[in-house]
Design a protein around this ligand. Sequence first.
Ligand SMILES: [Zn+2]
Ligand SMILES: [Zn+2]
Length: 456
Amino acid sequence: MAVTITVHGGAGEIGANKILIEDKGHEVKFFLDFGKSYETMREYYDFPISPNSLEELIQIGATPDIPHLYNQPEKKKQSTSDIDAVLLSHAHTDHSGYIPLLNRSIPIYMGECTRRIFEARIQGARKVFDTDIEGLTIETFRTGDRIKIGNVEAYPIHVDHSIPAAYGFIIHCSEANIVYTGDFRRHGTRPQLTQDFINAVQKSGKPDVVLCEGTNIAKAELANEQEVQKKLSIIIKECQSLAIADFSEADFDRFRTVQKVAEENNRELIIEPRRMWILYAINQCRELQTPSVVNNSQIRWFDSEKKRISKYERLLREAEPEVKEFDGRAVTAKELHKHPQRYVFCSSFGSISAIQRIKPPASGIYILSASEPFNEESEISFDKLLNWLALSGLAMYTAHCSGHAHPIDIRQTLEEMQPRLVIPIHTEEPELFQKFVKTSGLSFQIPKQGLQIKIA
Ligand SMILES: [Zn+2]
Ligand SMILES: [Zn+2]
């Protein structure tokens, strides 16, 4: 038994990916992603109850009980982990959220821009046991680089997803070649990225195993980013009051779409300092060539009229002391109420706190331009958002293009990769995944959380 795979998160669940590969031949152990489980979070917590400690997260099964895997800040002398590395596919928290818990002796490999997003999202957060990243050893890579973990070789290749800097991996173990798709799509704004990954898999020979995401395997809506733009245009044009657009804060594609539609309709965008900080971090990834957010005076931010400036605003001012227009950009709730039709307010993950703060005038429109976040990055329930919208007199529209591949694209991807074995992950419907794709003659292993799968 030389190579085994144990899915410690992401088995029958969307997100929470924590996949342990043990290669006895090369004496190497490493994790693919180390994500937060929103499903488990929702089972045990609801505001104001939140996780207290690492021990509690282990107790509820949100993260595996493996000796020396975790950081122990209370101990003077840290033990060393026998895990040799963690490879991170992208910065969504259902893949990266529990990295702060890890033993500081474990090197974490992530893309250069993935690192910027990962750090930007965590920097302004209150430092508690699961958000403290001090002392982590982060190594960065670019697409096509070779990562050596002992004698195991891993090649990260970019894929298209609803966040920049997402990667799949091709991994050469002692007796098996493993492919990990991370999260991907083929209908997004840059399908060529995913195609590059598929081509690289084909070139590297027939994989023994593909760990493939299946978020949308049961249900998919056909839409691309241009269609989202068209829909948003129609909705915002007809809206007589404030338009609120709810979309993931690190989704630069969607941000650009909303920005274009706001411009077309002579509305200014209002974002919150946290979102500007994350978009600013993405701006720093030169190769992505995203338009600057801090130098665009059409992008305003919401002034909550608190005496103290927010952490994110402070971080932005420190990073860009030259930018003078920060002050003139603030829009207060009073102005928003006076001229609601002049603005598009960007919120994220059904942000009820944004609705509480701006108290939007009735007859505005709330455009939900995200779907997965309710599974992948949000702890709030959809029902609560609906209650708040009803209370405020806002109507909801939806317009979204998923970050995840459609069922037919999943099947086609696997047919093109031709692995010996498929392990469906990041899906609530692994059996349906198997039945739907199996017609192409592929073999399947449905993973069970914490159970070792022998592959070579
Ligand atoms: Zn995910
Ligand atoms: Zn993702």
